[in-house]
Ligand binder design. Structure first.
Ligand code: 3PG
Ligand code: MG
Length: 398
């Protein structure tokens, strides 16, 4: 795969795919790591006198102009984080506008294109559009690993017509995740949380083949508990997946993978309930919801962590956005922070919520690598080929 280190790009017009789908609360960007992620590639390209057009999506406007999804809001952060004097902005990604802006730009300047998902050609994969727009540029760079599981035009269309290279962050995501997966040392454990097992069936099936232990937390554990005939009260469950949960347990057993389910829980009447009660797993009342794993479960998982050589983490183990149901998730992050380096445990984390939990607890130091990808991280762990990465590998238009 061509990348910015083995392919020199100077004085060119670059179409650069970034993932600027940053988390925003009340109009404020709460985490700029996706902007920081492209810094190294952008620095290299600007210092080599290229003109860069940054192409990215924000939210899911589905081919229509939706004001609240305009990428305009990110310009200041982009300029400051990338240490640029100015960032151009292109409202319309059409031939005239691109040509006009290219004339205004100097070598080393950067222009952000409005949310690419405002165009119907983005998600309705459109080769004619990709071909037409590609004729305006010299090189395509993909530095958006976290969006490369989408078979959209900005990910797989342009590399059909332009010489395509991977950006530095793309390379570091792929290398770091692969090196973790390829260098398995047992005993290893995976911690998987989140609300639904429906989104993680393939992941779980894959993990139980590769890990000595898989701990399940979050609301997805509830379906497993129900499959084992525990009372789940009003907790979130996916009843249609009980059989699937049973199958995963049976398969884990056959593979000698220890599937760890909660043995105790913190229950509330709802996620806003500030007075939770602690329950053993067989004592949940009909009007209660399980909202976090309990102290005994946390302790059990913590002991497993410190006795593992590798730990993979995806998904909070409780409703961590709502205090006090962040307790176990925070405790796990802290156990990893306090022990990973000391005990030489190789640790990998990924997924939007997991990254927020790690940032909230300032436990980044405990992780060998934290991927800023969500869905793309999961799909990679599931062993699915990333359409964006495949397009880069297949590209030979140099
Ligand atoms: C993400 O936020 O995970 C990526 O930017 C992909 O966004 P999407 O799930 O809307 O395709
Ligand atoms: Mg997402």
């Amino acid at each position: 795969m061509k990348n910015l280190n083995n392919y020199k790009i100077e004085n060119k017009k670059i179409l650069f795919r970034a993932d600027l789908n940053v988390p925003v609360v009340d109009g404020i960007i709460t985490d700029i790591s996706r902007i920081e992620a492209i810094k190294s590639s952008i620095k290299k390209l600007t210092s080599n006198n290229n003109k860069i057009f940054l192409m990215a999506h924000f939210g899911r406007p589905k081919g229509k102009i939706v004001d609240k999804y305009s990428l305009n809001f990110i310009l200041t952060s982009l300029r400051d984080t990338l240490n640029l004097d100015k960032v151009f902005f292109l409202d319309n990604f059409d031939q005239n506008s691109v040509e006009k802006t290219l004339n205004e730009m100097q070598a080393g300047n950067l222009c952000l294109i409005e949310n690419i998902r405002f165009l119907k050609e983005e998600e309705n994969f459109d080769l004619n559009f990709a071909k037409k727009m590609s004729s305006l540029f010299d090189v395509y760079v993909n530095d958006a690993f976290s969006a490369s599981h989408r078979d959209h035009t900005s990910i797989i269309g342009f590399p059909k017509f332009l010489p395509a290279v991977a950006g530095n962050h793309m390379i570091s995501e792929i290398d770091s995740i692969n090196s973790f997966l390829d260098n398995a040392k047992k005993p290893n454990m995976a911690i998987v949380g989140g609300s639904k097992i429906s989104t993680k069936i393939q992941l779980l099936n894959n993990l139980i083949e590769q890990f000595s232990a898989v701990a399940i937390g979050g609301a997805m554990a509830n379906t497993f508990l129900l499959a084992n005939n525990y009372p789940v009260g009003k907790s979130l469950v996916e009843k249609n997946l009980i059989q699937e949960a049973n199958n995963i347990q049976l398969k884990a057993n056959e593979l000698n993978c220890e599937l760890i389910l909660p043995i105790d829980t913190l229950c509330g009447k709802n996620i806003h309930d500030k007075n939770p009660v602690h329950r053993k797993i067989n004592e949940v009342l009909p009007e209660e919801m399980m909202l976090d794993i309990g102290d005994a479960s946390t302790q059990f998982i913590s002991n497993k962590i410190i006795n593992s050589k590798m730990v993979l983490w995806n998904g909070p183990v409780g409703a961590f956005e709502f205090k006090p149901y962040d307790k176990a998730t925070n405790a796990i992050a802290n156990v990893i922070k306090l022990n990973a380096k000391k005990l030489n445990i190789n640790t990998l984390a990924g997924g939007g919520d997991t990254v927020s939990a790690i940032k909230n607890t300032h436990t980044e130091g405990g992780f060998n690598y934290i991927s800023n990808a969500g869905g793309a991280f999961l799909e990679w762990l599931e062993g699915n080929e990333s359409p964006g990465v495949k397009s880069l590998k297949e590209n030979n238009l140099f």
